[in-house]
Ligand binder design. Structure first.
Ligand code: SF4
Length: 456
């Protein structure tokens, strides 16, 4: 296990150990699954596709459908154009999707396959009313978040159109969040009576019910016609500068739809900003049911503050999620001592540092393109009271005996998380419950017998 991780920190330049990210096509595949009747297609070797499907299947506990160009030696040397042509023809004949979303892999990018031209060349094999799009997702740059963002942007580049007639809707780009989060965002929009296009939308796809019969394409997912129509909306709201903003910028550039970026609505302040923005946009009062949810959250924050105040926390994972969690734990009185993401990019440190400075918090380590080995070494030198992040942190949590909250992607060793939300006021209540339970469980487990209490 990780008991032998050393305290002594040695500067590393090229080597990553246990990186807090995974590869681009996984994010691209996830984004494509958020489009109704879309088949993600991996342009590369079978091994890449198997790994990406497996990782998503392990997280969502659902079979992930995707096809592959199945490169062998020939395609690896001479290019995968012929493979893609055969694949497109077979996929429409056999699996009958509305759209195929092609993403590249390290191999097809390295040999320089020009997917745009290849897709143009297979047009004759695309049935009337169906579509093929592609995103460039080489895994030696970026992360699964970059891949997600690239794929969402590609759908817009290929499909969205400004017809000149406004549809009176807002485009909501939720970023890389879970199906339960997408459901919660839709619920908030519905309660506030806001006509919208949520894109992508993996609810009803990766949290779909057992019906007794196999559905290649479950009922959920953003419809292709809605992605086309997104070019006629009044505004795009991007929730997250890493996973949602680029697509909103593309919509503005291509279809002249104005855009605004907000942070992922994790915690009371970020949710307040979203609700305020929606109320201002629609000139409608915030419904009582939303105020009630906020009041419940405030009540819980007050009830539990004794367990959070002044406690140090380490947070790692995807940048938009980690930025949201950082602001949230500060609102609980905690100190985000270590804040890292594996995804590269300057915006992460800038945004987290701004949150820390606004709250007069000094002495925190904040780093993009970091890894869990580095985080573990920091924790060995100065321990924390809580660790928050994906499943990969469980080894550190065990080695250091620190309470651990599983949040983000991937969560491979627990069930049901995809049904629940961490966004909005309701999501914050759930987060507090998980954080509190982790802390209280450790107190119960380690306290002296005379302090073992029935009521806490
Ligand atoms: S070769 Fe590249 S795309 Fe394929 S699994 Fe490895 S990192 Fe991901």
């Amino acid at each position: 296990m990780l008991d032998l991780t050393t305290k002594k920190i040695v500067e590393r330049k090229a080597l990553k150990i246990n990186p807090a990210k995974t590869c681009q096509p996984i994010g691209a595949m996830y984004a494509a699954l958020g489009v109704h009747a879309c088949l993600p297609h991996s342009h590369g070797s079978q091994g890449c596709c198997s790994y990406h499907r497996m990782q998503l299947t392990r997280h969502f506990k659902e079979p992930i459908m995707a096809s592959t160009s199945a490169f062998t030696e020939g395609a690896s040397v001479f290019g995968g154009g012929a493979n893609l042509k055969t694949a497109v023809k077979n996929i429409f004949e056999l699996y009958k999707p509305d759209i195929i979303a092609v993403h590249t892999t390290c191999l097809s990018e390295t040999i320089g396959d020009d997917c745009k031209t290849m897709i143009f060349q297979v047009e004759a094999d695309v049935p009337e009313g169906k579509h093929v799009i592609h995103a460039s997702t080489p895994s030696y740059v970026g992360s699964h978040i970059t891949g997600f963002s690239n794929m969402v942007t590609a759908f817009i580049t290929y499909l969205s159109v400004n017809s000149g007639v406004k549809n009176g809707k807002i485009n909501m780009l939720p970023g890389f969040v879970q199906p339960g989060d997408m459901r919660e965002i839709k619920r908030i929009l519905s309660v506030m009576e806001i006509d919208n296009i949520l894109f992508p939308d993996t609810s009803g796809v990766l949290d779909s019910p057992m019906t007794g019969s196999f559905e290649m394409y479950p009922l959920g997912g953003t419809k292709v016609e809605d992605i086309i129509d997104a070019g006629n909306s009044d505004l795009s709201l991007a929730l997250g500068s890493y996973s949602a903003q680029a697509a909103a910028i593309e919509l503005e550039k291509k279809c002249k739809v104005p855009m605004k970026t907000l942070s992922t609505p994790i915690g009371i302040e970020a949710t307040d900003r979203l609700i305020t923005e929606l109320a201002l946009l629609t000139h409608k009062a915030v419904p009582y049911s939303v105020e009630e949810e906020r009041g419940q959250l405030v009540d819980l924050m007050l009830d539990s503050q004794g367990y959070f105040n002044g406690k140090k926390v380490a947070i790692y994972g995807d940048p938009d999620t980690v930025i949201g969690l950082t602001e949230f734990v500060i609102s609980l009185g905690m100190i985000p001592k270590y804040v890292i993401t594996g995804t590269p990019g300057d915006a992460f440190k800038r945004e987290v540092d701004a949150i820390l400075a606004k709250n007069d918090i000094e002495g925190s380590e904040v780093k993009a393109a970091s890894d869990l080995f580095e985080l573990h070494q920091w924790m060995k030198n100065e321990p924390v009271d809580l660790l928050m992040g994906n499943t990969h942190g469980k080894f550190i949590a065990r080695a250091e005996d620190v309470p651990f909250v599983r949040v983000g992607f991937p969560i491979l060793d627990r069930y049901a998380h995809q049904y629940f939300s961490i966004v909005g006021y309701k999501g914050s209540v759930r987060l507090i419950e998980m954080m509190l339970n982790a802390i209280l469980d450790k107190i119960d487990r380690t306290c002296p017998e005379e302090d073992f209490e029935l009521v806490m």
